[in-house]
Structure formats: structure tokens, C-alpha cells
Design a protein around this ligand. Structure first.
Ligand code: FNR
Length: 315
């Protein structure tokens, strides 16, 4: 299950009973790896006022209650560490590589100073350390969908003249620093979520993504492949619409998670035949937490159905 914001944290960004229940239900439903929704490393890194936070040690206890319940129910639990950048709608002043708003409906962000950038690098490191203390099995860095790290990568949002801007390699500097900082405290599985295609004339296309990704080869374990979100534009969405991006990144030698409107068995088989290592299902798992159990039943793999539910899956 890919990260999906549930906008259900308390007004002080803490876990409620909803979160362990929600995630553990998917663990019971046979989901192999669950990646928790975007969890903000800074208060102004929240997308909304009800996002989960991980910028304070006080957040760890609630987060560890999610991990424990998922583990007790057979799941593996990851967390997506995020900073919203110019797409922050929490009421804080957004910070971004350049003073360019996401759209005319979004607030004008402040261009980040070098000290702001340093703070963000440390915030990702400290967030990773707290994630380790809370017991997560995997950390994912959110560098997709037009949030802060994606903004730095994209020439649509990054007009900086310093070492964090300019050509593609310089635009990747912040992500490289974030990865190095996280690696100081985390030796476990590390994943980066990317928007492989930004669907913008002045944004990254797949070939640009294939040019910068080798910079992080050997530093991370998995690339979680998504697309879009840097600017409010329409793009073609159809079943499996992002799988070819994941296939191309796989060919660079990365382990990949691919998906996007993968909701039926034919598409799942097609994706696996393309060499994609892991598949994500998002909205499908929101409406049916037991989707994987239905697939298991269809494949005759009744041993994957939890014992208490067996009667429900027999004719
Ligand atoms: C999302 N998505 C998302 N992505 C991400 O990287 N971090 C996040 O926190 C969120 N939040 C979020 C909330 C909700 C309600 C939805 C529906 C989606 C995107 C999500 O992970 C996934 O990429 C898309 O939903 C496409 O996959 P599906 O739903 O077609 O399988």
C-alpha cells in the first residue's frame, strides 16, 4: 500500500486510534508492505493541518503504536518522510527553492536561505532517527508529487543560482544531502519516491529522471515510481499509466515499486511480466482492505487467508 494522507491526525499532529486501526486492517488483509502516509519532518512541511508529524520526540510514542499493531498482525511497516514545500496548506508560511507559488490558489512561498536548507536536511535526519526509534521497517523519502524535494529537482519550481539550482545534477544536491544525512542514522531499507514524468514543458521528463537517478545508485535500496504533481496540469490517467516509467527505471538496475490504477488481475500480471519488482495499490485498498485476500482466493492460495476469516472466503 503506498502512502496516502488520511488527514486524520489531531490538531497537534498526533496519531489517533484511527491510524493503528487503519494500517493494521491492511496488514490483516495480506498487504506485504504498508508505507505510511506523508509524515512531516517540519511543522511547515505539512501538506494540511491534519497531517501526521515526526518533528518532535513527542510524536514517537503514537507512531510506534501504529508499527506495533501492524507487526502484531503480520505486516511490514514503512513510513514516508515528507516536506510539503510550496504545497504547504497548513497555515504556516510555505518555504520553497524559489518564490514561485504552485498556483494562484496557493500562498506565495518564501525562497529558502542556505540556513533553511540546512534545517531541512537535519529535519529529515532527525525524522529518520525517530522513525527508527518507533520501529519502522523501511523509510521512504518523499521526492515526488511537487513537494519540497521534487521542487528542488524540477526546473519548473527551482530557479536558484546557487549550488542547489541550475543544471539537473545541481538540482539533485538537496536530495543527495538528505539521503546522506538519513544514512548517518539509518542503515535499514531506504526508498525514494519520484515523479518520473512531470508532464510539463519546463519540468523533468522520463529521460531527465533516468539521467539523475544514477547519482543515488548504491545509496538507496528501492525507487517508488510515480508521476506528476509539480504544477496543476491534467495528464493522461489510465490503468497502469505509470508502469512504463517503472520499467525504464528497473532497466537502470534499480529495484522498483510501480503502480497507478492497478486494480485488476490482468494488469497485475502484466506489470510483473514487465519486470517490476513490487506493485502498489492505493485507492483500491482504501475501498477494499481485503483486496489481496480476494486475489489469494482467486489463485487458490487459501493458506494466505487469516484463519479467523477462512469461513468468509469459502463458498
Ligand atoms: C495519495 N497519494 C500520496 N502519495 C504520496 O506519495 N504520499 C501521500 O501522502 C499521498 N497521499 C494520498 C492520499 C490519497 C487519499 C490518495 C488517493 C493518494 C498518491 C498515492 O500514493 C498513489 O500514488 C495514487 O493514489 C495512485 O495509485 P492508485 O490509487 O491508483 O493505486
Amino acid at each position: 500500500m503506498p502512502p496516502m494522507c488520511m488527514y486524520s491526525a489531531t490538531s497537534t499532529w498526533f496519531v489517533t486510534s484511527f491510524h493503528p486501526t487503519h494500517y493494521a486492517t491492511r496488514a490483516l488483509g495480506g498487504v506485504g508492505l504498508i508505507i505510511q502516509e506523508a509524515t512531516a519532518v517540519r511543522p511547515e512541511g505539512r501538506i494540511s493541518g491534519n497531517d501526521l508529524g515526526i518533528w518532535s520526540d513527542d510524536h514517537v510514542q503514537g507512531l510506534s503504536s501504529i508499527v506495533s499493531l501492524v507487526h502484531e498482525n503480520g505486516g511490514i511497516m514503512g513510513i514516508q518522510l515528507a516536506h510539503a514545500g510550496r504545497k504547504c496548506l497548513s497555515g504556516d508560511t510555505p518555504k520553497a527553492p524559489s518564490a514561485l507559488p504552485f498556483s494562484d490558489k496557493y500562498p506565495m512561498p518564501q525562497e529558502m536561505t542556505l540556513s533553511d536548507i540546512d534545517d531541512v536536511v537535519h529535519a529529515f535526519r532527525d525524522g529518520a532517527n525517530r522513525a527508527k526509534n518507533a520501529g519502522y521497517d523501511l523509510i521512504e523519502i518523499h521526492a515526488a508529487h511537487g513537494y519540497l524535494l521534487n521542487e528542488f529537482l524540477s526546473s519548473n519550481a527551482n530557479k536558484r543560482q546557487d549550488r542547489y539550482g541550475g543544471d539537473l545534477i545541481h538540482r539533485a544536491t538537496l536530495l543527495l544531502e538528505v539521503i546522506a544525512a538519513i544514512r548517518q542514522v539509518w542503515s535499514g531499507p531506504l526508498c525514494v519516491r519520484v515523479s518520473a514524468e512531470e508532464y510539463l514543458e519546463d519540468g523533468n521528463h522520463l529521460e531527465d529522471t533516468l539521467r539523475w537517478l544514477p547519482l543515488i545508485r548504491g545509496l538507496v535500496d528501492v525507487i517508488h515510481v510515480s508521476s506528476g504533481g509539480v504544477a496543476p496540469v491534467q495528464f493522461p490517467v489510465f490503468s497502469g499509466y505509470q508502469l512504463s516509467f517503472a520499467e525504464a527505471i528497473k532497466k537502470l538496475g534499480f529495484t522498483v515499486i510501480g503502480g497507478g490504477l492497478v486494480t485488476e488481475e490482468g494488469m497485475i500480471k502484466k506489470a510483473l511480466s514487465m519486470g517490476i519488482d513490487y506493485l502498489y495499490c492505493g485507492r483500491k485498498l482504501l475501498r477494499d482492505p481485503y483486496y489481496v485476500l480476494h486475489l489469494a482466493k482467486n489463485e487458490g492460495k487459501m493458506d494466505l487467508i487469516p484463519k479467523p476469516y477462512e469461513r468468509g472466503f469459502k463458498e
